[in-house]
Design a protein around this ligand. Structure first.
Ligand SMILES: [Fe+2]
Length: 386
């Protein structure tokens, strides 16, 4: 047969020319031995081969395979509904894992750092793929025990914030791990103090504050070698830039990046949660508080960057629009913090629920008038997010 193309780099086949009449078994063997398993032949200049595709057919096959591979790799943007389903799985399994992990610490066992790291990794990866849905669901679905969901939330938001700051993947996952374990020391705080309804007395407060040093001790046990960035979050999430924090009263730059980021997010998530001793404030309200506190307690630039990430009206906020409609923020708008994507669910003129519709405020004439407390309108936000 006449080989018109050895389908290999010139240096990879054993012949001088890239076209050649092959007319002996020895030459076939030499060709095969050089790693060539298919060649193009010219049937006008030599014999044909039975049952072999023509050059055109081979090209077509190649094209189809090429398109197939890259179509499979393309990761089409999931719909918001699909993202919600995926995010719910990610969050629920993290909460389950954390319940197990923290409960075993409560029973006196040592912290399973590899299990925590795996949970953090999954959260960080899931949050990278579905950030909007994760932020929204982290806000809602608050039926679990506070410590589990708060820890998962802090990890989730830390991961999303760290990624938005272009930190390396390794640091993103280490921060998420710090988030998972930031309050692990609470597992040695007596339950009656941890869950006390009402204000803590001075002694109880002291015991509560010891959760930081207990956490540090728990993860410092020799078998628990923990990433330094994750460790910083545990050790320094209650330090404040003006030196009013604990346990060491560190100031500004003396607080690690993990400690500063962890502090902001710990407070943000705690504010938006119902606690035994107070009602949650809305996400939009807690952003306003963080903004105020950034002047003293927090790293101002970092707090502003955080607000840019979660928005002035974070996912899960209830907004009143100029049209009189009320909607839930699904995610931030691409262009402006003032124009998020909103699911409108209620009409204040008719005082009635309406068929939910998702609107991108940037693309409509409607705009935000104010953020609203869900209790004021008696709107069960969860029921509209599914
Ligand atoms: Fe804490």
């Amino acid at each position: 047969m006449f080989v018109s193309d050895f389908n290999a780099d010139w240096l990879d086949h054993p012949f001088l020319l890239n076209q050649k009449l092959i007319d002996s078994d020895e030459e076939v063997a030499r060709t095969a031995a050089s790693g060539i398993d298919s060649v193009y032949i010219d049937t006008k200049r030599g014999l044909d081969a039975d049952d072999m595709p023509t050059a055109a057919e081979a090209a077509q096959e190649l094209e189809a395979a090429l398109v197939g591979v890259f179509a499979a790799d393309e990761n089409p943007t999931p719909t918001f509904a699909d993202s919600l389903t995926a995010a719910r799985d990610v969050i629920c399994s993290a909460r389950r894992a954390l319940r197990e992990l923290l409960s075993s610490v409560r029973l006196g066992r040592s912290v399973d750092v590899p299990a925590a790291a795996e949970t953090a990794r999954r959260l960080a990866v899931g949050a990278a793929r579905h950030p909007h849905a994760c932020l929204l669901l982290g806000r809602l679905n608050r039926s679990d025990d506070y410590t589990f969901r708060h820890s998962v939330n802090v990890a989730l938001i830390l991961g999303i914030f760290a990624r938005s700051q272009q930190l390396p993947e390794e640091t993103v996952q280490a921060l998420a791990l710090g988030g998972i374990l930031h309050d692990v020391g609470k597992m040695v705080v007596p339950v009656d103090i941890l869950h006390k309804p009402g204000a803590l007395g001075a002694v109880e407060m002291q015991v509560m504050r010891e959760h930081v040093s207990s956490g540090v001790r728990l993860v410092r046990e020799p078998e628990n070698f923990l990433d330094a960035v994750a460790f910083d979050v545990i050790a320094e999430h209650h330090e404040r830039c003006d030196g009013t924090g604990y346990p060491h009263g560190l100031k500004a730059d003396a607080i690690s990046l993990g400690g500063r980021m962890g502090g902001i997010i710990d407070v943000y998530d705690a504010l938006t949660s119902d606690r035994v001793y107070r009602r949650a404030v809305s996400p939009a309200e807690s952003i306003r508080k963080l903004f105020e506190w950034a002047e003293h307690h927090f790293d101002r630039n970092l707090t502003h960057a955080f607000i840019k990430t979660v928005g002035i009206y974070p996912a899960g906020s209830l907004l009143r629009l100029e049209s009189g409609r009320i909607g839930v923020v699904l995610r931030q708008g691409e262009q402006s913090l003032m124009a998020p994507v909103v699911r409108v669910i209620y009409d204040t003129h008719r005082m009635a629920f309406i068929t939910p519709v998702d609107i991108e405020l940037a693309k409509t004439a409607d705009r935000v008038v104010s953020h609203e407390a869900p209790e004021k309108w008696n709107i069960p936000i969860e029921r509209f997010i599914d």
